[in-house]
Ligand binder design. Structure first.
Ligand code: NAD
Length: 471
């Protein structure tokens, strides 16, 4: 079998196998190893045994290993991109962006250190903060960005001296397995272990006594289960969860200038982005012009197999998500007006035409729930206070965007949005040194930046009296 588990430095056949479906055809195109609980235990044991040795190595050595892994990925970049498009569905340019970003993340975070920090130094005392690695990190990832979302955990966690058991989503395991194949030759045994399941080993991993932290990216519903299951040993947690991000178009915005970036911010990766635009709010007087632009853009978008040149919107990643999005569209069609799309494509695979729906009530499912697909509602508003209230009236609080001809006014509005990130006149700009994470039920903790690095460490205060003890 080509795609194996990685346990204690060994590429390992699974206790069973797992079929992987190409979402552009709906048919199985590859088979990979699938672990059982004994293999999961072996992976955690290997990570635990490797931890003290890896943590004790100088940072420069760990960094050199991560650099080598980045070089190895770079050498097989095209293979990664093709495999990512095959298993995930995204068009090739988006796969290239994800793989390129993952290699860059390895290099960037591999170089980061958290040196001893002097908090206070006087003649009488010295108080410092030391950051020590936590131990075994369980990294659990979803199927929308299988490589970069793993890399944002792996690179900082390993750079700082932790070891890892990574578990990809069962519908996109192959790129993670390919990474494991490279890591087997580069990283010391046990530093990175890869377990592939069929959605059945998550709980065993998150409540495992020898796992010290769970770094989870996925849905809010699963995030809550992870939090409950980590409670037994008070594991550290980072939860990057779902969102229902509002794009607010201000009344000073130029319709023609904003329609394209807002549309793209909703349709990237066929809308399967935690931080995608999921609700658009526009001044009532702008609705007709804006919807006319969205109709034009939706009709012109090239929906196709991601491997085909020119494809802009690929298929939904899996049948379950495809059916969920179609159900949301059907529900919305009964209450609103279809601006464009509204149908599955008449071909094999999980394709849905880019869809925009207007005139929905605020309690429609498409407005309240995270759709995670190539469809969004456009909702009219009458005053700024009202639209800010409506944008904030959500259990989610991941991101959001403000579109305006006046960036200063955009900043004022952004400051009133309850979310982890708000962009003004741009979207999905996520430099590695800038932390991100969710407010409310969109998550706990941060990834990226110094804040994200620190989440893979334990803070320890060392408080030293500098004066001799009285005799
Ligand atoms: P999901 O929650 O169904 O699955 C995510 C991962 O959790 C998978 O690897 C899955 O196998 C695993 N899992 C399933 N049950 C588990 C359990 N009981 N314990 C531990 N792990 C378990 O999510 P998904 O459908 O794969 O991904 C889509 C969701 O992810 C969306 O809600 C999206 O917004 C969110 N997401 C968030 C971010 C972010 O950074 N905030 C990024 C990407 C995706």
């Amino acid at each position: 079998m080509a795609y194996k588990l990685l346990i204690d430095g060994q590429l390992t056949e699974g206790a069973a196998t797992l079929d992987v479906i190409d979402p552009a055809t709906g048919r199985v195109f590859e088979t990979c190893a699938r672990a059982d609980e004994a293999q999961l235990d072996a992976a955690v044991a290997a990570a635990k045994a490797a931890f003290p040795i890896w943590a004790a190595r100088p940072h420069a050595e760990r960094r050199a290993c991560l650099e080598k892994l980045a070089d190895a990925m770079e050498a097989r970049q095209e293979e990664f991109c093709n495999l990512l498009t095959r298993e995930q569905g995204k068009p090739t340019p988006q796969a290239q962006f994800e793989i390129g970003g993952s290699i860059a993340a390895l290099r960037y975070f591999g170089a980061q250190e958290l040196p001893l920090e002097m908090i206070r130094e006087t003649a009488a005392e010295k108080i410092l903060e030391q950051r020590t690695p936590l131990g075994v990190i369980a990294a659990i990832t979803p199927w929308n960005f299988p490589v970069i979302l793993l890399m944002l955990k792996l690179a900082p966690a390993l750079a700082i001296g932790n070891t890892m058991v990574a578990k990809p989503a069962p519908s996109t395991p192959l790129t993670t397995a390919l990474l494991g194949e490279l890591a087997a030759d580069i990283l010391p045994p046990g530093v990175l272990n890869i377990i592939i399941d069929a959605n059945d080993l998550g709980a065993a991993l998150t409540n495992h006594a020898d796992v010290d932290k769970v770094s989870f990216t996925g849905s809010t519903a699963t995030g809550k289960r992870v939090m409950a299951s980590a409670a037994g040993t008070l594991k550290r947690l980072t939860l990057e969860l779902g969102g229902n991000d509002a794009a607010i178009i201000l009344d000073d915005a130029d319709v023609k200038a904003v329609a394209r970036p807002v549309f793209d911010a909703a349709m990237i990766n066929a809308g399967q982005v935690c931080l995608a635009v999921k609700r658009v709010y526009a001044p009532r007087a702008m609705m007709d012009d804006l919807c006319a632009e969205f109709a034009r853009l939706g009709a012109a978008a090239v929906v196709d197999d991601g491997l085909n040149q020119g494809a802009q919107v690929g298929p939904l990643q899996n049948r379950q998500q495809y059916e969920k999005v179609l159900e949301l569209i059907d529900d919305a069609k009964m209450q609103g007006t279809v601006v464009v799309g509204g149908e599955r494509l008449g071909r094999e695979g999980y394709f849905i035409a880019p869809t925009v729906i207007r005139d929905l009530p605020e309690d429609a499912r498409l407005v309240r729930e995270e759709q995670f697909g190539p469809v969004f509602p456009v909702l009219a508003y009458d005053s700024l206070d009202e639209v800010i209230d409506r944008a904030n009236d959500s259990e989610f609080g991941l991101g959001g965007t403000i579109w305006t001809s006046n960036p200063e006014r955009g900043l004022e509005v952004a400051m009133r949005i309850q979310s982890g990130t708000v962009w003004v006149n741009k979207h999905l700009d996520m430099p590695f040194d800038i932390p991100f994470g969710g407010a409310k039920q969109s998550g706990i903790g941060r990834e990226q930046g110094l804040d994200g690095m620190k989440e893979f460490t334990q803070a320890k205060i060392i408080n030293v009296a500098r004066l001799p003890l009285p005799a």
